[in-house]
Unconditional design. Structure first.
Lengths: 188, 188, 188, 188
């Protein structure tokens, strides 16, 4: 299956990673570019942090669990990404960076980080959260609204593979139907 | 609908553009990054060229139709992308660049450009074609195989929007079911 | 669009109907057949009631709103379905039928009908609910579990159209992404 | 996974069967009902033949391979379907029934059966073909057009499962992305 394109195949992974399909959509829909300064939490195996660092100026990635940061550190070294800073810390308590362009959240109760996210983002800055369950999506969206975030959109990304073979052209029989919902919003 | 995230909403568009959902997946699955040199054809309204130029080192975008290059020029100027070079020309006849990392093709009979693409790409370089119809997908894939390209994968990207509203949380009723197939391959 | 196959095109419709895609899956997954006795609520425009009556032995369809029953009555007459009985009444208060094979529910707070549904169903009988929002799905499923229903499954049905045209074969660009979740369960 | 609802779980299956998701849509979109006389080919394990026989008046199911008919015979007996007639024969050569309401085709080169299908169907009768590959879809549709069939529509059916669990409500991670295209058409 073409779930892991070339660059991601060499990366190490812990129990769960954000897949390239979601990383690509996060990049395109958040407007990430070579000038972007990003904050990411939680790091996990670092796939999203690495994916962002490959196209952005600076990425600061937080995790409360140092054992995950170790896997992410290996992935950072593997790709030689000096603009990725791995930090141990809890963005619900504090985000040290200011005037940030993009914040990405993949953590339980990500809505509890939104006050700090709002302080860290510059005006027009964007926050993206990766949320598997509809209940958390709802809580998170309601918190975004309460805090005055704008342009709130929730999407899910489905990538289906097609096969061209001797016997004919057809979609692949099985595939991934769901990873998580992606929630995008903009700070006023 | 969240088909056009913020950065793309200000861009001009001709009759057809490659949507951000496909641009994001092209970036993630081709491994595009800040060091990448890309060739793109045809330019069209330049959305893909612009999307690539925002995250890559250099993008050279060809179109045989100068009237399209004019729209793309406006989009380039709007975003101030000096690393995007718009060229009038036919990649089926000639690609001037060498040692290219990524080639993207959105044109009829894109398989006829593959010989030149192979010459332009460096080893391990990747080519992506955006193809609406299954018949062209098949011809294109067969040409890739004949020319010795590896790691050939065909996907389609579906982005579905969810709504969180007073009356409840549910997927959006209608949406985009298909734009084109994306075919990825690697030069040996 | 092929959302309305032939037989349904002549039917009248109020503001909302259950589409043939969902009717077909309800028939196949509930095991409806020529021997089945069904209870349906709320009738609405009667599309599901009519769809069931065409393949089942008897269908008793309840609605609390007599103005809807009038549309359903026209659809019943149009197809000459004498085995469809349209009733004004609230299944949350009472279901008169006993030893029923299948109950279908398309109504707000359908979980409040489940106690009566359980009494009306025979052992091994099945209940299907058509529910647009995830919040109601959850409440409904929790009530099913509390009442000892088995084999609980929630699905959504997506039907995508393909086009074969002069210029090539491709999926239709736009389509219906969501109508409702279908929740199936079996009485012990 | 809820791919096999209750009634189908007890059926025997050979290497490939038409799944309930496709059977349900075939029933709803072909307009099958208690008065319908159907011809089906090839029988295979008989799941579609059985699914139709449960809701229709009579089903005549052909297969050229007697070893498949044996599995189908067991499924027929299991459900006690006396209105299902299993026949060894090739519908490309001959269909014995006349004034048929519905013909269903699941066989290689189903387009070669269409002349006989047209003779067997009554005016307004419908033919449905189950076709895995896009190439055969195209050939089949072109033959339908040549023979004057009307109201030609091609669809694919995707059924996605949702999970309501302690940790939250979300779509199932993996699932079936493709079985076959369903092509519907009407005889003038």
């Amino acid at each position: 299956m073409f779930v892991y394109p070339q660059i991601y195949r060499k990366l190490r992974r812990g129990p769960q990673v954000i897949l390239p399909k979601d990383i690509g959509i996060i990049i395109a829909y958040s407007g990430a570019d070579k000038g972007s300064v990003c904050v990411d939490a939680g790091t996990g195996s670092g796939w999203l942090a690495v994916g962002l660092a490959r196209v952005c100026k600076e990425v600061y990635s937080y995790d409360v669990r140092p054992e995950f940061t170790a896997i992410a550190q290996k992935n950072k070294d593997l790709l030689g990404l000096e603009n990725l800073v791995l930090k141990t810390g809890d963005v619900k308590k504090k985000i040290e960076e200011k005037d940030v362009d993009i914040v990405t959240l993949d953590m339980p109760e990500s809505e509890k980080a939104l006050k700090n996210v709002k302080k860290a983002l510059k005006g027009g800055g964007r926050v993206v959260s990766y949320i598997p369950h509809t209940e958390q999506v709802k809580k998170y969206v309601q918190t975004l609204e309460k805090l005055g975030f704008l342009d709130i959109h929730i999407i899910e990304v489905m990538v289906r593979e097609m096969m061209v073979r001797q016997e004919g052209t057809r979609p692949s029989t099985k595939g991934i139907w769901h990873t998580a919902y992606l929630v995008f919003a903009v700070k006023q």
